[in-house]
Design a binder for this molecule. Structure first.
Ligand SMILES: [Zn+2]
Length: 276
């Protein structure tokens, strides 16, 4: 039910270029008509010489439309602004792509196969979970994390199997991706669950980014003894990215731009988590 892996990434990348007025793709900037290295240096709070050396550019006048420029050590917000915090981070790390080195993230797209999870108005939770999970995988890899997916296809996987996959890895965290539903169609918002102390910190870090960047109602970080949280040995969280039982939230959740924002926010939360 999902396109082959490489095609999916191409589509994700293309969509991100299309939907962002700011042409931001991780720390890559695609040159548009009229853009200059000076303009980029202002935009990303860096210098022309750094941009040139980072990209092996010898002549700054020979910039081409469509050319991909790597931004040295920059993290950018969706609006194209670079926050003071991002600048500090950029200074403290030589390259964003090494942040996750030696760290494994087990991404668990919830449900799958015969288990659709929630289902409302033609929207299947299991496929939404996979869409966000795939984008999350992309962003984490951009940051140098090793990523393990508990499932890549629309197949059924027991909860204990998901946990046992996670338990094979050291220096790892487990992130289960879900969407929510309830009978009360007014209920909406994001919530993140944990079952242990380390999971709680991870949940806080992820949830702060998710609720903020997706501008969703913040239902908070919550304790729950879900099987995947209890059976995993590493810090584990279960992220509920929104309610598909609420019509307006459902309309948003199915869009690629929302899924991209949610995946980026979760990746940011993972990056900021103090790994132990
Ligand atoms: Zn679910």
């Amino acid at each position: 039910m999902f396109p082959p892996h490489h095609i999916r990434f191409t589509v994700v990348a293309a969509l991100m270029l299309l939907c962002s007025g700011s042409v931001l793709l991780g720390s890559i900037h695609t040159i548009r008509k009229g853009e200059t290295l000076y303009g980029l240096s202002r935009k990303y709070k860096t210098s022309v010489s750094k941009l040139m050396s980072h990209n092996g550019i010898k002549d700054h006048r020979k910039l081409q439309i469509g050319q991909k420029i790597r931004i040295p050590g920059a993290t950018s917000t969706g609006s194209g602004r670079t926050t003071a915090k991002a600048v500090t981070q950029a200074k403290s790390t030589s390259s964003v792509s090494t942040v996750g080195r030696g760290k494994t993230v087990i991404i668990d797209p919830g449900h799958g196969g015969k288990d659709w999870g929630a289902y409302r108005s033609g929207v299947r939770e299991s496929s939404l979970n996979m869409k966000v999970a795939s984008k999350l995988e992309y962003y984490l890899k951009q940051n140098g994390f090793r990523v393990v997916m508990t499932r890549r296809s629309d197949s059924f996987l027991s909860l204990s199997r998901r946990a046992s996959i996670a338990n094979r890895y050291r220096n790892a965290i487990f992130v289960s991706i879900h969407f929510n539903a309830t009978r009360n169609t007014m209920v909406r918002g994001a919530e993140t669950f944990y079952a242990g102390a380390a999971g709680r910190q991870l949940a806080s870090s992820i949830h702060r980014e998710l609720a903020g960047k997706c501008r969703m109602k913040n239902r908070g970080v919550r304790f729950a003894r879900f099987a995947v949280l209890v059976q995993t040995k590493c810090p584990a969280v279960l992220v509920e990215c929104g309610f598909i039982s609420n019509s307006s939230e459902r309309a948003r959740c199915v869009t690629s731009s929302f899924q991209t924002t949610a995946a980026r926010a979760i990746a940011d939360g993972i990056r900021k988590y103090r790994w132990r």
